[in-house]
Design a protein around this ligand. Structure first.
Ligand code: SAM
Ligand code: SF4
Length: 331
């Protein structure tokens, strides 16, 4: 019997983003600035709990996973968890999003775990600015991890969150990485979630115009590059490509394929709204047998399909109900 994983809008939901920790080794100003209070470890889902959710959801049609955080690589055993999740029946693909600081040392284990794609967040190529944005002097470490990830043969992308007046001047230079290396550089519009509200977003159409002036050969690239809504461009002399995730200016909700699991076990239906289902409560309910827990988890996924909003409302801040910061959601 085939699985019906379509929501009310008929969208096939087969992709789950899992935030495995709220901890991070950086303090990006738009995500988790200094002074943030962290949760108790007991509030965070255990690896066994995450595995139970993935096992249940795979039976409901989830086939692709993204491991995110906080910073996923600061959680001890992240590589082993990744391997176990990839080995779950029904899971076809697993990718990871990281700030890259700890990546080089863990690359081999991630490759062995079956990770097919690595997204590395990098907002600037200027060492001082990197320190100002993230609070730490780690630019060189991250650049070295980018090269190591490319050399490993794993599909590598760079995610740049664009903040008007802060890193817009570096857009051509960041894009040059895609010309010179086999990497996809993606420009992400700053979303008005968490501390992101404090920064001015730059419309990706402006970013594209600027890049077309610098690289006139850029043309749309229709090849599929991943799980998400990015639109891609490349030029003939480029080794890699350039992507645009226009989360604010461009509504790609029609083709949304995802749910999100926060580090505390809330199944989120849409980035914009706080509605979700507390799966931790099910997992920690001592009155339920393992079979019943799995049934409740599967029911929760089906409930999520029926509750998933039609579209986000980033253009109307008064309607955004999500109050959690991005490091708790996972981006
Ligand atoms: N620590 C990992 C990292 O930095 O890649 C994974 C978690 S981080 C929350 C995931 C992504 O969300 C990063 O690329 C980050 O730049 C992005 N992000 C955080 N806050 C954002 C916001 N308000 N708007 C757009 N992207 C945001
Ligand atoms: Fe940490 Fe990633 Fe948030 Fe930066 S964007 S503070 S690296 S979770």
């Amino acid at each position: 019997m085939s699985i019906d994983n379509r929501d009310k809008q008929g969208r096939k939901i087969d992709y789950l983003r899992i935030s495995i920790t709220d901890r991070c080794n950086l303090r990006c100003c738009y995500c988790m600035p200094k002074g943030i209070e962290l949760l108790e470890m007991s509030d965070i889902l255990s690896f066994e709990e995450i595995e139970s959710i993935v096992r249940a959801f795979a039976k409901e049609g989830i086939t692709r996973l993204k491991i995110t955080g906080g910073e996923p690589l600061v959680r001890l055993g992240c590589e082993e968890l990744t391997a176990r999740l990839k080995a779950t029946a029904g899971i076809e693909d697993i990718t990871i999003t990281t700030n890259g600081v700890l990546l080089e040392d863990k690359l081999e284990a991630l490759k062995a775990a079956g990770v097919s794609g690595i997204n590395i967040s990098l907002d600037t190529l200027d060492r001082e600015k990197y320190k100002r944005i993230t609070g730490f002097d780690k630019l060189n470490k991250v650049l070295s991890a980018v090269d190591a990830a490319i050399a490993s043969g794993i599909n590598t992308k760079i995610n740049t969150a664009v903040m008007k007046g802060i890193n817009t001047d570096e857009i051509p230079e960041l894009a040059r990485l895609a010309r010179d290396k086999n990497v996809c550089v993606r420009f992400i519009e700053m979303m008005p979630i968490g501390y992101g509200t404090q920064f001015k977003y730059a419309d990706n159409s402006e970013v594209l115009s600027l890049l077309k002036r610098e690289y006139p050969g850029l043309k749309p690239d229709c090849e599929r590059h991943g799980n998400g809504p990015a639109v891609y461009y490349r030029a003939e002399d480029f080794k890699g490509s350039i992507g645009f995730i226009s989360a604010v200016s461009g509504k790609f909700c029609e083709s949304c394929n995802r749910m999100r699991l926060t580090s505390t076990g809330v199944l989120k239906y849409c980035l914009c709204f706080e509605d979700g289902k507390d799966l931790r409560k099910i997992l920690r309910d001592k009155s339920l047998s393992e079979e019943l827990k799995e049934e409740r988890l599967r029911e929760s996924f089906r409930e999520a399909l029926s509750k998933k909003p039609v579209e986000h409302c980033f253009e109307d801040r008064d309607r955004i109900s999500e109050t959690k910061e991005m490091f708790r959601i996972g981006g």
